[in-house]
Design a protein around this ligand. Structure first.
Ligand code: TEU
Length: 543
């Protein structure tokens, strides 16, 4: 693969700027804080950082509600701070991916302020406006992911506008070419500033059905996680055929890619949460080399950390997406931290954290890590009074929201506020995170942090790990067993994700040539059998 393909197999570290490092003393992370900590991120051996939004915003959805796509919110700093961060990232050999939230804006965005001012202003058609039904109710049955109807009445225009998320996140009308042009102009702004790529928030929500047809009813999808999980949100009771994922998006994504291709070595990763259709959508968005580079699905963001589940997800992906590229992740800023999803007994946390990154780093695809997972941080258990996430506040206690994974990064276990800030942080630093702080693990060769570094270094050291093939072994044993292969080199991986030891017999006919020691795991290979402990793994070169 040439250098332009750097993103294939890349390890991307997601930063939640509000919670990473405060330098201004206001309890909120900022861009200078990120710059300060970039050497730490580089020391993990990742290829790129993805910054959650730092643009001007009233922060109703913590920055996923933008009022100016081309400026930095004062709480995060200035454009000058951004440029300094870019310089430091370049120096350290880190790529920078920013989060483009263009499906919707904030209702405070000047575009929306103008659009809602009358029915005939220049931006009247920039958002999704519609007449009420004759009885005054909303145009159709579309729902918002954050609860309630997907339409809000506007008393000035005497029309409804559409929103997939908060009422204060009106949906841009991508059917209007002027909207596409305006959005692409903001993308060019950041390309000119040197960013290496874009994470495209809710990329399958850009277009809606122009006829505004009602969504048909749908049994809730038991696999869906977080916001549209059936037990917490009626959103899952509808089949979202018409409020998102329309065919017109393909044309827009081609325009997006053409713009990117005017610059060297840029990339995109689209967030595709499309329920059961997600893989079809990923295939459509990433095939052909003329749309997105990668997509990100919610497949591995659920509670299931079993061989069966991971094999099912990867196999389904391989079948559906033959020409395209995926980015896998166990955690992000929207879901409960994976250590808490995968583990009930706290004593198991470090081992599962090590096993999980070993699995993730062995998969074919790029991978996204979420800040703090390299420390094995569990989800913070917050009180209702602490919550800032509007979604958590709305659905508490059935769904506790997304603040539990957004608490401040812990840098120094003995320092005030874990050295995140000199002030009281916007969310509390959980006391149980302190022993896991960076400085507490930094010099411990057996720590989760050390394991992340070793695992990522191994992944980076072999081409076969980056874009080699991935083939599951045909076995009925309860293990995750597969090979990675490229240019005559073949690696065998066997993971035991259960809490019972297992003897894996499926390697007998394979030519195990050289065992590869993996830190923290000590399987025994004897007479063609692989003896794995509970929560253990095996790696070898076949030859
Ligand atoms: O999330 C999109 C999305 O679909 C989420 O609702 C997801 O299903 C949920 O968070 C899983 O628990 C993106 C951003 O990642 C999220 O932070 C924003 O709130 C949302 O878009 C609106 O911009």
């Amino acid at each position: 693969a040439g250098y332009a393909d750097w993103w294939r197999g890349a390890v991307i570290y997601q930063i939640y700027p509000r919670s990473f490092q405060d330098t201004a003393g206001d309890g909120l992370g900022d861009l200078r804080g990120i710059t300060l900590r970039l050497p730490y991120i580089a020391s993990l051996g990742v290829d790129a950082v993805w910054l959650s939004p730092f643009f001007k915003s009233p922060m109703a959805d913590m920055g996923y509600d933008v009022t100016d796509y081309c400026d930095v919110d004062p709480i995060f700093g200035t454009l000058g701070d951004f440029d300094e961060m870019m310089v430091e990232a370049k120096r350290l050999g880190l790529k920078v991916i920013i989060d483009q939230v263009i499906s919707h804006t904030s209702d405070q965005h000047p575009w929306f302020v103008e659009s809602r001012s009358s029915r005939d202003n220049a931006k009247a058609d920039w958002y999704v406006w519609a007449e009420p039904k004759p009885d005054g109710t909303a145009p159709n049955n579309w729902l918002s992911i954050f609860g309630g109807p997907g339409w809000e009445w506007d008393g000035v225009r005497r029309q409804y506008y559409m929103h997939n998320f908060l009422i204060s996140q009106p949906d841009l009308n991508f059917h209007n070419p002027d909207v596409q042009d305006a959005v692409l102009a903001t993308v060019r702004f950041w390309l000119e500033r040197g960013v290496d790529g874009f994470r495209l928030d809710t990329v399958n929500f850009y277009f809606h059905d122009r006829e505004l047809r009602n969504n048909p009813p749908h049994e809730p999808d038991p696999d869906s996680v977080g916001l549209d999980a059936p037990e917490t949100n009626p959103y899952g009771m509808q089949n979202h055929l018409y409020d998102k994922t329309q065919p017109e998006n393909i044309g827009f994504l081609r325009r997006f890619r053409a713009l990117l291709d005017e610059y060297d070595n840029r990339t995109t990763v689209g967030e595709v949460g499309d329920g059961p259709r997600s893989l079809k959508t990923v295939a459509a968005y990433t095939s052909g080399g003329d749309k997105l580079h990668m997509c990100y699905t919610f497949d591995l963001l659920g509670p299931d950390f079993t061989a069966t589940h991971i094999r099912k997800c990867v196999t389904a992906f391989q079948k559906a997406v033959t020409d395209g590229w995926v980015c896998w992740a166990f955690s992000n800023h929207d879901v409960q931290r994976h250590i808490s999803r995968f583990v009930e007994i706290p004593e198991e946390r470090p081992r599962v954290a090590k096993l999980a990154i070993s699995v993730l780093a062995s998969l074919r695809g790029s991978i996204c890590l979420y800040q703090g997972e390299e420390l094995g941080l569990p989800e913070a258990d917050l009180a209702f009074e602490d919550l800032r996430d509007p979604y958590g506040i709305r659905f508490w206690p059935a769904f506790k929201g997304r603040d539990g994974c957004r608490t401040p990064m812990v840098w120094e276990g003995a320092a005030s506020q874990a050295a995140f800030s000199t002030a009281k942080p916007w969310l509390p630093v959980p006391p149980e995170h302190l022993p896991l702080a960076v400085d507490m693990q930094e010099h411990d060769a057996g720590s989760v942090l050390a394991h992340y570094r070793q695992t990522l270094a191994f992944r980076k050291s072999l081409d076969v790990m980056l874009d080699g093939g991935m083939t599951f072994l045909d076995t009925n044993q309860d293990v995750l067993a597969f090979t990675r292969e490229k240019d005559g080199e073949t690696l065998l991986f066997v993971f035991n994700l259960t809490r019972e030891p297992v003897v894996f017999t499926g390697a007998e006919h394979l030519n195990v040539n050289e065992l590869i020691a993996w830190p923290g795991f000590s399987p025994v290979y004897a007479d063609g059998d692989i003896h794995l402990d509970a929560l253990d793994m095996f790696c070898a070169r076949l030859g």
